[in-house]
Design a protein around this ligand. Structure first.
Ligand code: PMP
Length: 421
């Protein structure tokens, strides 16, 4: 199966006017050939590709879709505010209400600052920590993603060693490597950046070990450095609080983005009183950071977060999906590993170093109308239903069978040869 005719046409046109045809995480360069690059619309848990094929979407826009695409109530709040005024000469009072809402919702937060993308929030966290401590060095877990800014991105093109100066890497959930990194930082430690869970691409996810989270807290308390939890991806899919509330550890700063306005563009840095002075000292701004319409959408989304069972519902769907996939893979004699929170599933195949089986299975699923990802964690949204999960499991059954029956037909994907190198 290949991408549709219209998608192919759009790709050709894109190749002429968009560098590389597409860039960043939205590029399908590292996805099976059958995956569409362009989409035309979305509603609830479904999106339609440029050729008009409906797909049950387990990527949720890489996170922003939390309550369902095109949620009537949230989008009405957005549109009503858009009509009243959006990007203005200054913010509307919605900004204060939204900050108050976050302070009420998130245990460690005494204040909030708003920006656009997750990377803006992690960048601000970095500046606040350095301003607070007047130190430079930060500890980051190897392989963790904190955005596309030069200091934290994993590619090398256009990035200088200077951009990545004053960083020490540790291994996630490895207490002794965290201690060694802190030792190496000596008296220059400004911050420990922590992913709320290990959700790196291509490898199994891992929930935070409470001992690791506590060690990060202890090191920061001992040295005066700030603890930052980057909740841009996992926020509101693990807890109605900072995700490390689940292991009883409060950070000084947390970065948020993606889903808290259900797809409307806004992100946030939240902080405790300890970091308030430094947060008011840094210069951080952007032309669109004060847009009122996404703030209205965020308030409507957070209302739903506080008053509905969206999280429990997503968890029960996620458990159904996980146990159903495990049963069906086993029935076909295929080994799969499922990791991470059930609301952010990742499925990798055993003995699949070049992801050939994963690619084949995802291609099969796509041909049955289910959009999965072979190597990045996926996302559930609250618009999914038990019927959706059951239909995904039926498709999974057929797709496992197809992969099992004819493993030679699996796509040998030259795109992934770098994994073997
Ligand atoms: N932090 C994490 C954990 C993320 O997953 C992402 C985006 N995938 C970012 C930061 C950056 O967010 P954005 O792409 O909105 O800048």
């Amino acid at each position: 199966m290949s991408a549709g005719a219209l998608d192919r046409q759009w790709r050709e046109r894109a190749d002429a006017v968009i560098p590389g045809g597409m860039y960043g995480h939205q590029s399908t360069r590292l996805l099976p050939d059958s995956y569409p690059q362009f989409f035309s619309r979305a509603k609830g848990a479904r999106l339609w590709d440029a050729d008009g094929r409906p797909l049950l979407d387990f990527m949720c826009a890489y996170g922003p879709n939390l309550m369902g695409y095109g949620d009537e109530e949230i989008d009405s709040a957005f549109v009503d505010q858009l009509r009243r005024g959006d990007t203005l000469t200054g913010p509307t009072p919605l900004m204060v209400e939204l900050a108050e809402r976050f302070v009420r919702l998130v245990g460690h937060a005494d204040w909030a600052m708003f920006c656009k993308n997750g990377g803006d929030a992690t960048q601000m966290a970095l500046m606040v920590a350095r301003a607070h401590t007047r130190r430079k060095t930060i500890i980051i877990a190897r392989g963790a993603y904190h955005g596309a800014n030069p200091w934290c991105q994993t590619r090398t093109a256009g990035v200088t060693p200077g951009d990545k100066a004053y960083q020490i890497l540790c291994d996630y959930n490895d207490v002794s490597s965290l201690e060694a990194a802190a030792e190496q930082a000596g008296d220059d430690l400004a911050a420990i950046f922590a992913a709320p869970l290990k959700h790196d691409a291509f490898v199994d996810q891992a929930l935070p070990d409470p001992a690791y989270a506590q060690k990060a807290r202890d090191i920061c308390d001992r040295t005066g450095a700030l603890l930052v939890v980057d909740d841009v991806r996992a926020g509101l899919r693990v807890a109605r609080d900072c995700s490390w509330a689940t292991v009883g550890v409060s950070p000084d700063l947390s970065s948020w983005g993606k889903c808290f306005a259900n797809g409307h563009p806004i992100s946030a840095l939240l902080g405790s009183d300890k970091a308030r002075k430094a947060a008011s000292a840094i210069y951080a701004t952007g032309s669109f950071w004060f847009q009122a319409a996404p703030m209205a959408a965020a308030l409507a989304t957070l209302n739903r977060v506080e008053t509905s069972t969206y999280l429990e519902d997503m968890m029960s769907l996620g458990e159904h999906l996980r146990s159903g996939l495990a049963e069906r893979a086993e029935a076909h004699g295929l080994g799969i590993r499922q990791s991470g929170p059930v609301t952010m599933p990742l499925v990798l195949f055993e003995d699949d170093p070049d992801l050939r089986l994963g690619f084949a299975w995802c291609s099969q699923m796509l041909s049955r109308g289910i959009y999965l990802h072979p190597w990045h964690n996926m996302f559930l949204c609250a618009a999914m239903t038990e019927t959706d999960i059951s239909s995904a499991l039926d498709a999974a059954d057929q797709s496992f069978r197809a992969v099992k029956q004819d493993p030679r037909s699996t796509e040998v994907n030259s795109k992934l040869s770098f994994l073997l190198a």
